[in-house]
Design a protein around this ligand. Structure first.
Ligand code: NAD
Length: 419
């Protein structure tokens, strides 16, 4: 593991090895991705020119089932990043006991610079290039950063065209009308919310006296802010890529969301109908938000936000990682020494892949679930696995992150074909 992001991910795993019951063979077999594919995707642009994009698909491990993981469209996508994300997916699926291995994909592209038709040709071209590498029983795709249900719909349609049969199970996160599951869009935030609700009493806390700061107000962070607000938590600060807002007595999250949806601007407002008025607040930078003295801090934006440089400044009591990899392995011991309890990404943001699993099950059975069935099953799964990880953490007096890796490793060990 020569590169930085993947080596950092591997360091998190190393701490768990001495508490897990796994053979040397299992550890050896998890050192490298099982298969990595790099493809060139020629796309006819709207102006008639031809442009070639680089795409990737990595299957890190499939001992527990077909590979599972999203497809990211971003200018910074590289093979290293895709390999690291596929590594996390392997442990996330095992920690949640989903019958999947870990995979990930991506295209190096700025999707905002493409027209809708160019984006469709690129997405279909990506499937043309990787069709022999994926499948409902081999490796299953899903949305990630800058891909959505529409893109998943194109991908499933293209794969079905190539295979000359409808193959709903090759992609999850599809539009509802094309075999998608109810509750998939809110699943990541919902899963995190269920775990927070289950954990809070262990710290003798109730929502009404619990303050929360959330970095990132997108699909995951924005939805979670709304769920916490509705449950009575005091959400005092939120931010996006431009910066944040803070109100000591709590923000009116539905108003902040309504204003952001209609103007794209993040403002501390209270809305009645369509009329929104600015309320008392302070403007924050993202580093200031991360240093707030709050009960719960939720990084829900990007990787590497809390590092050895700023970990000393963090003042929250509990951190729930909704983003993938927001805390580096060098920052972890600093937070631990300060008595800050970190609940790791491979547990906290696993609601998305869990409902993806439910979608795959529904596609294969042909029976579709109600939103109540989806959320009840999600709640049961998230709380059950969180409790098991909590027990491992307390049995060995280790951090929740290490415990989550121990939990996942034990399951991966049982499934490793080499012993
Ligand atoms: P998104 O694009 O919907 O939202 C991202 C948010 O982060 C936006 O509000 C953006 O303005 C903000 N942001 C970007 N740069 C920032 C910065 N420097 N500081 C503060 N905020 C910044 O993305 P999302 O789907 O909500 O994903 C957020 C994170 O959660 C990612 O790490 C993603 O991998 C992870 N995640 C998401 C899901 C899911 O189902 N959406 C599932 C698992 C993990």
């Amino acid at each position: 593991m020569a590169d930085s992001l993947l080596s950092d991910a591997a360091r998190q795993l190393e701490r768990a090895l001495k508490y897990a019951s796994v053979s040397e063979d299992t550890i050896e077999s998890l050192k490298f991705p099982k298969a990595s594919l790099t493809v060139s995707i020629p796309v006819r642009m709207d102006d008639g020119s031809l442009k070639v994009f680089q795409g990737y698909r990595v299957r890190y491990d499939d001992a527990r089932g077909p590979g599972k993981g999203g497809v990211r469209y971003h200018p910074n996508v590289s093979l290293d990043e895709v390999q690291s994300l596929s590594f996390w997916m392997t442990f996330k699926c095992a920690a949640l006991n989903l019958p999947f291995g870990g995979a990930k994909g991506g295209i190096t592209v700025n999707p905002k610079a493409l027209s809708r038709l160019e984006l469709e040709r690129l997405s279909r071209g990506y499937i043309d290039a990787i069709a022999d590498f994926i499948g409902p029983d081999v490796d299953i795709l899903a949305p990630d950063v800058y891909t959505n249900a529409m893109v998943m719909g194109w991908m499933m349609d293209q794969y079905s065209t190539i295979k000359r049969q409808i193959s709903l199970g090759v992609v999850t996160g599809k539009p509802i009308a094309m075999g998608g599951s109810l509750g998939r869009e809110t699943a990541t935030a919902m899963g995190a919310f269920y775990v927070i609700e289950a954990i809070l009493p262990k710290f003798d806390r109730v929502p009404q006296n619990t303050t929360v700061a959330i970095q990132g107000f997108g699909n995951a962070g924005g939805t979670l802010a709304a769920l916490l607000f509705r449950a009575g938590y005091k959400v005092v600060a939120v931010s996006d890529s431009q910066g944040g807002i803070y109100a000591k007595n709590g923000l009116d999250i539905p108003s902040v969301r309504q204003f952001k949806d209609s103007t794209r601007a993040m403002k501390a407002v209270y809305c009645e109908g369509t009329v929104c008025n600015i309320v008392d607040h302070e403007v924050l930078t993202n580093p200031e938000l991360l240093a707030l003295d709050v009960d719960i801090l939720i990084p829900a934006a990007l990787e590497k936000q809390i590092t050895e440089v700023n970990a000393h400044e963090v003042n929250a009591k509990l951190i729930f990682e909704v983003a993938n990899g927001p805390i580096t392995s060098a920052a972890d011991p600093i937070l631990e020494a300060k008595g800050i309890y970190v609940f790791p990404d491979i547990l906290i943001n696993a609601g998305g892949v869990t409902v993806s699993y439910f979608e795959w099950v529904q596609n294969r059975s042909g029976m579709y679930w109600t939103i109540e069935e989806v959320n009840q099953s999600l709640r049961r799964k998230m709380i059950d696995e969180a409790e098991q990880i909590w027990t491992i953490a307390h049995t060995h007096s280790i951090p929740m992150r290490t415990a989550a890796y121990v939990h996942a490793l034990n399951r991966l060990g049982e499934a490793t074909p080499y012993g």
